[in-house]
Design a protein around this ligand. Structure first.
Ligand code: FES
Length: 212
């Protein structure tokens, strides 16, 4: 049982006042912790050049049209330069598409169960080692079990004349390639790996044309 001596531990302060101060101190400590957590979450901790941040590449790093993609392992993306109107073994038009043209940055993680897929030089496509999904140069599925096109990051292109172009999204929010205006040179490319959009769901290319 609390004795009168305990409740009068601080001379001149009643038990009620003592409990009030304890309660107020607890609230103050809790508030300070909450504020600290809010500030901790609000301060950006991802810097440029780290995954989750912006990667800046020179225009000279952009692959040629429909060439082998550029691998950026730190940024976890493939940089591609597409034009389905200049078809080759890597990039070719499908019957249900309009022209696909421009620069895109493709996330390196398979849309099936998250394995890291790779570019296969022999077959000229992306292939996932885990369950065999295959993708065209632009990330569209050739073979499943992947459920959708490969995801993409938002891009900003700065042209040699200073013009700045940023990714447009389609009706589902998916980042479209940025077409390069005729006669223009790309001076620099910024890839925002913090702004990724899920790929769209389209028919498998092996089901609608003669590829496998
Ligand atoms: S994780 Fe790539 S096919 Fe399953």
């Amino acid at each position: 049982m609390a004795s009168a001596q305990e409740t009068q531990a601080v001379p001149g302060i009643s038990r009620r006042e003592f409990l009030y101060y304890i309660w107020a101190a607890s609230i103050a400590v809790f508030s300070a912790e909450t504020l600290g957590l809010i500030i901790w979450f609000a301060i950006p901790r991802i810097r440029a050049g780290e995954f989750g941040g912006v990667f800046n590449l020179g225009g000279d790093e952009l692959p040629e049209v429909n060439a082998v993609p550029l691998n950026n392992s730190v940024g976890r993306f493939w940089l591609v330069n597409l034009d389905s109107d200049q078809p080759n073994e890597r990039m070719y038009p499908a019957p249900d598409e309009t022209r696909i043209s421009g620069v895109a940055a493709i996330y390196k993680v398979c849309t099936h169960l998250g394995c890291i897929y790779a570019w296969n030089q022999a077959s000229n496509r992306f292939e996932c080692p885990c369950h065999g999904s295959k993708y065209r140069l632009d990330g569209r599925r050739i073979q499943s079990p992947a459920p959708r096109t490969l995801d993409r990051f938002k891009l900003t292109l700065t042209m040699a004349d200073g013009t700045v172009l940023t990714s447009d999204a389609d009706e589902s929010g998916f980042w479209l390639p940025i077409p390069i205006p005729d006669g223009q040179q790309v001076a620099s490319i910024a890839i925002d790996t913090g702004d990724r959009k899920d790929g769209i769901i389209q028919d498998l290319l092996q089901d609608i044309m003669n590829v496998n």
